[in-house]
Structure formats: C-alpha cells, structure tokens
Design a protein around this ligand. Sequence first.
Ligand code: FES
Length: 178
Amino acid sequence: MTETHENSGTPENEAEWMPRRKFMTRLPAYVGWAAFWTWIAGSSIAAIRYMFPKVRYEPPSKFKIGKIDDYVVDSIDSRWLKEHRILVVRNPEGLYVLKSECTHLGCMVSWFNSETRFKCPCHGSFFDVEGDVIGGPAPGPLVRAAVSLDPTGNIVVDTSQIATGPEDRKKRRFLLRA
Ligand code: FES
C-alpha cells in the first residue's frame, strides 16, 4: 500500500512535495553559498578601493596673481578669494596678501568697505585693514602670505610662508613695495 499525505490523499501529490522537501533540506546550503559570495564580492570591492585610495588635491601654495598695477591703490581686492582664499591689499606703500581664514575657527572673512574692516560671519570677529583683531573671539591677526616678483614682473604668492604678527610683517617678503 502506498503512503499518502493526510490532506492530499493521492500518490501524485506526494510526488509534488518531493522537490519542495529537497529545496528545504538544501536551503541552509544555499544561504551559506549566498553569504560566501556576498563576502567575496565585498572583500574584492574593498581590495580594489584600497588600491585606488581617495586623494584630496589641495590648491598649490605658490601661485601668480598678476602685476602690481592690476590692483587699485587703496583697495582690498577679493578676486582670488574663491580660488586661493586670499585677499589682496593695495596701499600707496605697496601690496600685501592676507589669508582669508579667520584665526578663530577658520571661517572665511570678507571686507566691508563701509565699515573699513574684515568681518567673520561665524562668531563675529572683526579685523582692521592690517588684519589685526579689533573685536570678537579671534585669538590673533589674519595671517599674511609671502609675496615676491618673478622675472616678468608677476606677483608670486607663497602661502606656505606666513607672517603671524606685526614683527614678521616688517620682513621684506611680506610687503611688495610699489
Ligand atoms: S570663525 Fe571667525 S569668529 Fe569664529
């Protein structure tokens, strides 16, 4: 006598159940293989990423900003603010370059002509035209970058050489005389 399923009652239904039963018994193996291949794929992606690390390109610290006559006397020029984060101050004496990062937490300062001062939008520090602090939490003056002329008369700014106080500013490389 052939054994039948209680609800089905026929041997044909028993035959239908066989593949499902087989699948159920093999399910742990399928899950195991899926996990294994997922792990292999993840490891391969990580290995490829390791071979091609993300590189952050910093702007160059040395660059040219044109000739001294390109800058109007008694003006603060912000044309290089976006590209190089500097402000160019031209006065009758010559020209100097201030880095635009506030010395408090590094926000970018802007020049306000009507108030004749640099202002930091983050926590309200103010700086005079020399870059000295006149208010707010900034602990020190704006930093000056070294300036020089190349053989063709172009101004070369070097932000890796900086003057952080009045004594440094007197050094020739921080003021380009007109
Ligand atoms: S970052 Fe300028 S005052 Fe805080």
